[in-house]
Design a protein around this ligand. Structure first.
Ligand SMILES: [Mg+2]
Length: 126
């Protein structure tokens, strides 16, 4: 399978970005953008259309929650599905993320199958 969807993975850990990118590539996605934090991601998004955003929570410059809030206030980005990949697994943190516009979340460490399930669901791939 190959998919033409464009995906951005936002994480300050290059290792985590590589894991996510490799997993997505194995699933058939080839159009994958990267950013180290929210500020860089906004810069990338201003120049590229993406179909789904996969973002970390804890990052320098602009953390994932602030990034999500910023996106949801902008009509250009209000409808883009956002998957948060986080170590913040406390129920209240998850609720905070969802309340602020995250569509779904994956708790680190995660399996390729979990990432696939959540990404496919948000892109409506069956
Ligand atoms: Mg981080």
């Amino acid at each position: 399978m190959s998919y033409s969807y464009s995906i951005i993975t936002v994480d300050d850990s290059s290792t985590m970005r590589r894991i996510i990118k490799n997993t997505l590539q194995k699933l058939g996605f080839s159009n994958i953008l990267e950013a180290e934090h929210g500020v860089e991601a906004l810069e990338v998004l201003s120049k590229n259309e993406v179909d789904i955003i996969i973002t970390d929570w804890n990052m320098p410059e602009m953390d994932g929650l602030t990034f999500v809030k910023t996106l949801r206030l902008d009509p250009k980005y209000v409808d883009i599905p956002i998957l948060m990949v986080t170590t913040e697994a406390a129920k209240e943190d998850i609720l905070t993320a969802l309340k602020n516009g995250v569509n779904n979340y994956v708790v680190k460490p995660f399996t390729p199958e979990i990432l696939q399930e959540k990404v496919f669901k948000l892109l409506d791939i069956s």
